[in-house]
Design a protein around this ligand. Structure first.
Ligand SMILES: Nc1nc2c(ncn2[C@@H]2O[C@H](COP(=O)(O)OP(=O)(O)OP(=O)(O)O)[C@@H](O)[C@H]2O)c(=O)[nH]1
Ligand SMILES: [Mg+2]
Length: 175
């Protein structure tokens, strides 16, 4: 079985990094140099279309990971990418209030559009200023049933844990 998973979240939340850390194939990236000085203050490149990676869980289950662009000016891609997806990881930069605010809009978009299981990954937990997952859950005003898990997208074990948490929900949902 093949499962399509969306990795989404605000600008610079760590989506491309997350997929690169876990993918067994070279990630197909669509990075371009950022255009505004605000963005430049954060980083040089941004995803303009998608990231694509793959994970083989076992001989019966392969996950296809589709990373979205984070900036809302590319949100036409969200529609295209979400077609047929069965689960969503919403990454949030846990050090940024702006990221949390944007994440709320993204969750609303995907939940309205897809209505499939999702989890929130409170990313960049290695940074000293990171808010804990519980704080992010409260700030996002999420239902108690929504899982908000800690994440460090540069760490393979951490990314794996997030994927497995989502997979559990997806398998329940489709069976
Ligand atoms: N310290 C730390 N840095 C991270 C982590 N995840 C990502 N980063 C860094 O955060 C920056 C943004 O990461 P990207 O993967 O480009 O973020 P993105 O969500 O794909 O960004 P856009 O596609 O532009 O929306 C990069 O400099 C990453 O190296 C993390 O868990 N910890
Ligand atoms: Mg990206």
């Amino acid at each position: 079985m093949n499962l399509k998973i969306i990795v989404t979240g605000p600008f610079a939340a760590g989506k491309t990094q997350f997929i690169k850390t876990i993918s067994e194939i070279d990630v197909v990236e669509t990075e371009k140099v950022v255009s505004s000085s605000n963005e430049k203050a954060v980083k040089d490149h941004t995803t303009v279309a998608m990231d694509f990676g793959r994970i083989t869980i076992d001989e019966n289950l392969v996950l296809y990971l589709f990373g979205t662009p984070g900036q809302s000016r590319f949100d036409f891609m969200w529609d295209i990418l979400s077609e047929g997806a069965l689960g969503v990881v919403v990454l949030v930069d846990s050090t940024s209030g702006e990221s949390i605010k944007e994440a709320r809009k993204i969750i609303d978009f995907f939940y309205t559009k897809l209505n499939v299981p999702y989890i929130v990954a409170a990313n960049k937990q290695d940074l000293p200023k990171a808010w804990p997952p519980e704080f992010i859950k409260t700030s996002l005003d999420l239902d108690d049933s929504v899982k908000v898990v800690p994440c460090v997208a540069t760490d393979k074990e951490s990314v794996k844990k997030v994927i497995l948490e989502l997979l559990e929900l997806v398998i329940k949902y489709i069976s």
